[in-house]
Design a protein around this ligand. Sequence first.
Ligand code: SF4
Length: 198
Amino acid sequence: MTDTLDDLSTRLSGCRLCADRFAATATRHAPRPVVWFDRGARLLIAGQAPGLKVHERGRPFDDPSGTRLRDWLGLSEAQFWDRSRIAIVPMAFCFPGYDANGADLPPPPLCRATWHDALFEALGEIRLRVYVGGYAHRYHLGAKTGVTETVRGWRDHLPDAIPLPHPSWRNTAWLKRNPWFADELLPVLRARVREAME
Ligand code: SF4
């Protein structure tokens, strides 16, 4: 039997599978799944995992990365956070924590293994899939190259999908080194987003 999105949302919100794992990180936090999808979503944003700010605020991309991502997509905050139009499905729904050096830990693979198949089956018709960052590129696109080469090959995935780098401030230098991203990819991305949202 296929789970409904409502069932999945309820079960996912209560998921604590990684409690021991997160308790052993430098941040010693508890799981807080950031669940963001609903019936009718036309656009999928498949990212990496919530950061600390999103973990505290409970809303995906409610941070400077999100501000940049909304600019890339050409969406207002109200449009972006309308979960009946846009589903936001990361590789892990909880903040993975920091290691002892303060570096981001990777999204736990257990999360996608537990949730993704049922969720993507229940999501239904998605008109445009936007894959954000290397973890999403490898999982959803089977990418074998690094982020730059995967994003440089963005035309190979049109019209249904577009890979993006992570919009983190850490990638500001990358954006400067790769002006084709703003000049060529972003206008097409914004046009495809508008079409998908109609
Ligand atoms: S990361 Fe995923 S599997 Fe782990 S506790 Fe959060 S929702 Fe559950």
